[in-house]
Write a protein that binds this ligand. Sequence first.
Ligand SMILES: Nc1ncnc2c1ncn2[C@@H]1O[C@H](COP(=O)(O)OP(=O)(O)OP(=O)(O)O)[C@@H](O)[C@H]1O
Ligand SMILES: [Mg+2]
Length: 221
Amino acid sequence: MSEPLIKLEEVDFSYGPERPVLVGCSLSLEPGQRVGLIGANGSGKSTLLRLIVGLIRPSAGRIEAFGKPRTREADFHEVRRRAGLLFQDADDQLFCPTVAEDVAFGPLNLGKPRDEVRRIVARTLQGLGLAGYEDRITYKLSGGEKRLVCLATVLAMEPDVLLLDEPAAGLDEQVEARVVEILAGLPQAMLIVSHDRRFLERVATGTLRLAGGRLEAASVV
Ligand SMILES: Nc1ncnc2c1ncn2[C@@H]1O[C@H](COP(=O)(O)OP(=O)(O)OP(=O)(O)O)[C@@H](O)[C@H]1O
Ligand SMILES: [Mg+2]
């Protein structure tokens, strides 16, 4: 068995003292796996993704990423660089005036030269059917267009792991099919939150369900 890229062991989390969100959650994401994460609204799926990249910290349990335990803020800098999080809400992801600036932001931040970044932006947008969107104003885009631009910002970073919170939400059938094709063709391991069983059947290699704060193996069928 290969070394897991992401490993959670007995993780507990609650936002306040009154109600636990996650209880004893363990998971292991290995190279090549595309794991679907399902569960009712409010079951803690987005919370789990936020924990993995260290935006919030567990009250108990251990998080390992890329072979190392991650506890302090400094530990998570590398995790955020190597694990690309597609936020559920586009407004958490997009903050630049134009599409090209948003997609370029991550690669520029990694210190890539401007010429290379321009090529990455063009290639990523082209791949998602967004050629010509470079100068569009992000906040004026439609919901589905924003979803695709968010995905572009994540893919442009060329992360080792993809953490995708509802990547297909709001996409029309044709665009969804393109996203399925793109995700299925990517080499990276992924954790994919979705309420769309048909979508998960086509992209995921396995599925976990969050219920009552606990993670359990599930079947998407
Ligand atoms: N910042 C916060 N402060 C307090 N409670 C929160 C916060 N964020 C989420 N919660 C609560 O934690 C629980 C889990 O929320 P989370 O967003 O992880 O659910 P989810 O499974 O992603 O749901 P959905 O399918 O609706 O996106 C919910 O009951 C939610 O109300
Ligand atoms: Mg959510």
